[in-house]
Design a binder for this molecule. Structure first.
Ligand code: SAM
Length: 282
């Protein structure tokens, strides 16, 4: 069955009475080049486990099943299950779970489902409305995963993979950099989807570091400082942190002076080391 063929997809979906849900970010891939490229970029083998978020009708899932030892897909929309029964019937290394990826215990899921795998990776065409929360959950929960290869909206991907201290950086950039090495793998045009969204996408790779390279006294405080610094992007980092964390300007000025930081810097100009030094002193 050719799941990249517009008419085939239309026929299967109408056979099962399926209609797209915008709220669930349901834009299904129909460009035949994208999924094989995503699956190949994992460099998976028979010992690799892959966790997929949102299989849709199974285009990417199919490719993942062909390259990995085991695939577990988490899909929230129950209506897709009869479709997936039909499109993925040939694969016996696949388990599809009906759950909300934001609510399920991913640590337990990975331990239970991938116990025989030497490496676990996450691969998905993420629903746009939960891109950052899903990525942050995957990183912050310190799951036993090696890398994340996901498709996200172009703008989100550029921010996720930006350098800390650059114009495109945001709070999420700092968080990603703290845990992983990031890169944009390739662009995906909006016409690659059914229905076609209003924006283009990119596929990104986040390679999770085994060893922590940053040393910080209190991670929670670091991320509070980062969030507060970026919360008022037009203001200086000092004013933004002071306003949102409720720390006096005098105290923050003393910290910035001690670190030799320009008081007029905006958050996007601060480096990871600057954020860590500020957090450590507060
Ligand atoms: N992988 C398919 C593809 O590339 O064509 C579908 C991708 S579509 C962008 C996103 C998928 O995620 C949909 O199947 C949608 O139902 C599912 N989804 C949305 N929210 C979800 C959630 N909270 N948990 C799990 N799956 C979700």
């Amino acid at each position: 069955m050719n799941l990249y063929d517009y008419n085939t997809v239309k026929r299967i979906l109408s056979k099962h009475g399926f209609t797209f849900s915008k709220a669930l970010g349901q834009n299904f891939l129909i460009n035949p080049d994208v999924c094989p490229q995503m699956a190949d970029s994992l460099c998976a083998d028979g010992d690799t486990g892959v966790l997929e978020v949102g299989p849709g009708i199974g285009v990417l899932t199919k490719e993942l099943c062909s390259v990995a030892g085991k695939v577990v897909s988490v899909e929230l929309d129950k209506r897709l299950f009869p479709v997936l029964d039909e499109t993925l019937a040939e694969f016996d290394n696949l388990e599809i779970i009906n759950a909300d990826v934001m609510k399920i215990d991913l640590k337990q899921l990975i331990e239970e489902k991938f116990s025989g795998c030497t490496s676990v990776k996450v691969c998905a065409n993420l629903p746009y409305y939960i891109t950052s929360p899903v990525i942050m959950t995957l990183l912050e929960s310190r799951l036993p995963i090696d890398e994340i290869v996901v498709m996200v909206q172009k703008e989100a991907g550029e921010r996720l993979c930006a350098e800390v201290g650059s114009r495109l950086a945001g709070a999420v950039t700092v968080a990603v950099n703290y845990y992983a090495d990031s890169e944009i793998l390739f662009d995906v045009n909006r016409d690659s989807f059914m229905p076609s969204p209003k924006v283009d996408s990119v596929v990104i790779r986040l390679k999770i570091r085994k060893e922590q390279i940053f040393s910080v006294k209190d991670e929670k405080k670091l991320f509070t400082v980062v969030k507060c610094a970026f919360s008022q992007r037009r203001k200086t980092a000092l004013n933004s942190i002071s306003n949102t964390m409720g720390i006096s300007k005098d105290r923050l000025t003393a910290v910035f002076d001690e670190l030799g930081l320009d008081l007029t810097l905006r958050a996007e100009k601060l480096t990871m080391n600057d954020f860590i030094c500020i957090a450590d002193r507060l």
